[in-house]
Design a binder for this molecule. Structure first.
Ligand SMILES: [Mg+2]
Length: 194
């Protein structure tokens, strides 16, 4: 399958690094579990200029690391023949920095696609599955008909999910197992159709 996988919040743990930047550099008391909304400016109660500075400092720091199991999980998915397209709403100007972090941790992928926030839907037409942490971004894609996995965090777990279209995973082990199950179901459906 062609998998579209978000970088920050699914592969890389931006938020833990962001909390460290906020605490150590600015003395803002902020913990991972405090991030109950994807809009970090709203969580902190700061304006866009302050937020931009905090995000930029975090992205340029050495603090961002992959989530536990992400590196092994991506390697396994590619070994199974899946194509991994990393889809990020980081600015294009951070391409080199982003590629350097991924290289540093031996993150396996096929390509990176940069798309502005809420514009990923325009890039996912050919994808079989989209994996994301932003509910807003994921719901655009749900509307497009592409199946979505949500990597669960305090900022995305409160949806009522009334149509049951959002499938949550809490670890990379669960994520890989969910992809394997979806791939197996597709294979069965294809066999039945022929
Ligand atoms: Mg994200």
């Amino acid at each position: 399958m062609r998998l579209g996988i978000d970088i920050d919040g699914v592969v890389l743990d931006f938020v833990t690094a962001f909390c460290t930047t906020c605490r150590e550099r600015y003395g803002y008391a902020i913990r991972y579990e405090d991030i109950v909304c994807h809009d970090l400016g709203q969580v902190l109660g700061v304006g866009s200029k302050t937020l931009e500075r905090l995000i930029e400092e975090t992205l340029e720091s050495e603090l961002i690391k992959p989530y536990s199991g992400a590196v092994e999980g991506l390697r396994r998915l590619r070994q199974q023949g899946h194509v991994v397209e990393l889809l990020t709403s980081r600015p294009q100007t951070l391409r080199k920095r982003t590629e350097a972090v991924l290289r540093q941790y031996n993150v396996a992928y096929d390509k990176i696609i940069f798309a502005l926030f809420l514009q990923k839907v325009a890039k996912v037409e050919a994808l079989d599955l989209f994996i994301e942490d932003s509910l807003a971004e994921a719901l655009e894609v749900v509307g497009n008909g592409t199946p979505v996995l949500i990597y669960k965090h305090p900022w995305n777990e409160r949806s009522l999910n009334v149509e049951g279209r959002l499938q949550y995973v809490e670890t990379w082990e669960q994520l890989v197992a969910a992809v394997e199950q979806i791939a197996a179901e597709r294979l069965t459906a294809t066999r039945q159709a022929t």
